[in-house]
Write a protein that binds this ligand. Structure first.
Ligand code: AP5
Ligand code: MG
Ligand code: ZN
Length: 216
């Protein structure tokens, strides 16, 4: 199953992708997670990307596409993948189409998590992430058992540097200006499915399962 998760920051792409990846046995590929790992490791890509990410701007296409090209060539992608946060603009979407056409394995569905701005801001300002394993929590809706500590690995929780309210506003603008066009792009291709991102985690997940049931 080759699926793209599309939606604004805070829609729940990463949260649902973790669960879907377990259920369907396909890798969760998040360009945001990969870029944050590169920043942490201070690789050449990480050093290039950090400034863009801290401002909530998109990292240049060439950087992101090279990461994706390498990742999709991985053996674990043979049976499919869940793309989270890629593509993010028309140029990236076209490059993805070309890349996948080259191996005869096009995208089968694009799930758009339609989410209101009020939900987004409430979720992102309350998000916490594990420093060690990357697990995501929410102070309001998905708190860890012990405050500030990851349930899964005991690591310390932190707030992403781009989850400041001023940066969130810019990420929303970037989404509206550059990413939202992809809704139409995939609708025209007949690939778009919509899930209500405002629903709570389990209700939204059920919509995902229903939506993906028809895709092999
Ligand atoms: P990225 O990491 O992709 O960030 P984003 O798109 O802004 O999305 P988020 O990760 O913030 O939201 P999400 O939808 O995953 O929400 P989550 O599940 O965590 O990108 C970061 C940066 O990297 C970009 O700004 C850019 O600089 C760069 N970048 C990445 N990809 C790029 C690309 N392709 N091209 C160029 N640059 C790129 O949920 C949010 C919170 O809500 C959590 O606290 C969660 O616990 C909670 N929650 C989730 N779902 C629910 C629910 N249903 N009910 C209640 N709470 C919920
Ligand atoms: Mg995410
Ligand atoms: Zn952890």
């Amino acid at each position: 199953m080759r699926v793209v998760l599309l939606g604004p920051p805070g829609a729940g792409k990463g949260t649902h992708a973790v669960d879907l990846s377990k259920e369907y046995g396909i890798p969760h590929i998040s360009t945001g997670d990969m870029l944050r790992a590169a920043v942490k490791a201070q690789t050449e890509i990480g050093i290039k990307a950090k400034g863009f990410m801290d401002k909530g701007e998109l990292v240049p296409d060439a950087v992101v596409v090279s990461i994706i090209r390498e990742r999709l060539a991985g053996k674990d992608c043979k049976n499919g993948f869940l793309l989270d946060g890629f593509p993010r603009n028309n140029a990236q979407a076209k490059m993805l189409d070309e890349m996948l056409a080259g191996i005869g394995a096009p995208v089968q569905a694009v799930v758009y998590l339609e989410t209101s701005n009020a939900t987004i801001i409430r979720r992102l300002t309350n998000r916490r992430v594990c420093k060690s394993c990357g697990a995501t929590y929410n102070v309001l809706t998905m708190p860890p058992k012990k405050e500030g500590v990851c349930d899964l690995c005991g690591g310390a929780l932190y707030q992403r540097t781009d989850d400041l309210e001023s940066t969130i506003m810019n990420r929303l603008k970037v989404y509206a200006d550059q990413t939202a066009d992809l809704i139409d792009y995939y609708k025209k291709k007949g690939l778009l499915k919509v899930v209500n991102g405002d629903l709570d985690r389990s209700a939204a997940y059920k919509e995902f399962q229903k939506t993906l049931a028809s895709i092999s």
